[in-house]
Design a protein. Structure first.
Length: 257
């Protein structure tokens, strides 16, 4: 496959587990130096870093809780300091806004506090993180926003999650044109049901039921979403920007009955 990201640097938010972890591992395997972000689990992030290094890659952990005001700015400073200590300079070639919080509550159970938490992590942090890091993103840089298929199909228990991810998608829509002037692409990847390591996916009956949402008859593995992100992070995707990439496994195609 080669190493298309040799010499490049990346920040993947929420990469201590699940889809984010798979993305960090894939970008590191492709040659990038990866900042592995965690919110509350430093041990998990160190485990990801150790695995990347054991496989011959390079990574370092960075922590920030996006529900805390100012933490996105602090994360940017930590990331740039970590890049500065490397041999690749104080820059971030690839920013993957992946960190997210789910809701999982009925519409009439949503509280203002829950709404604020989801918006802070899923929408506000990516906006201000990108703004803070933008001077460090060079020509040929990549911004990939990990959204959800729930902005296109309904699940009332995840209404607020979908609202926050729809806001995240606006970074792609509204910034692709101005950032193109600097040769930076901005794209959205929208996964469907994906095994993120949660215990619920150990239930065969649930996996089968959720798998029927996809035309392939199964749920996605985190590595499959990481492969899509890796393509958008690589040089070969240079002519793609402003897109919403359906990575739901055909869920939006509907059921045959």
């Amino acid at each position: 496959m080669g190493s298309p990201l040799v010499g490049r640097t990346a920040l993947v938010t929420g990469s201590d587990r699940g889809i984010g972890r798979a993305i960090a591992e894939r970008l590191a395997r492709d040659g990038a130096l990866v900042a592995v972000h965690y919110a509350t689990s430093p041990d998990a992030a160190r485990e990801v870093v150790a695995g990347i290094e054991a496989a011959g890659g390079r990574a370092f952990p960075v922590g920030a809780d996006f529900t805390v005001p100012g933490d996105a700015d602090r994360l940017a400073s930590e990331v740039l300091a970590g890049m500065r200590r490397s041999d690749r300079g104080e820059r971030v070639d690839i920013l993957v806004n992946n960190a997210a919080v789910l809701a999982g509550v009925a519409f009439d159970e949503v509280t203002p506090e829950l709404f604020d938490q989801l918006m802070a992590v899923n929408a506000k942090a990516p906006l201000f993180l990108l703004r803070r890091l933008l001077p460090a993103i060079p020509t040929g840089g990549r911004v990939v926003n990990v959204s959800t298929g729930l902005t296109r199909f309904a699940n009332p228990a995840e209404l607020v999650h979908a609202m926050s991810k729809a806001a995240l998608e606006m970074l792609t829509l509204h910034l692709a044109r101005p950032l193109a002037e600097r040769g930076i692409t901005v794209n959205t990847v929208a996964p469907g049901v994906t095994d993120n390591g949660g215990r619920q996916y150990d239930d065969p009956a649930l996996r089968a039921a959720l798998g029927r949402l996809s035309v392939f008859g199964r749920i996605a593995e985190a590595a499959e979403i990481a492969d899509v992100v890796a393509f958008l992070a690589a040089p070969d995707s240079r002519w793609i920007t402003g897109t919403w990439l359906d990575a739901t496994g055909g869920t939006l195609l509907g059921s045959l009955g």
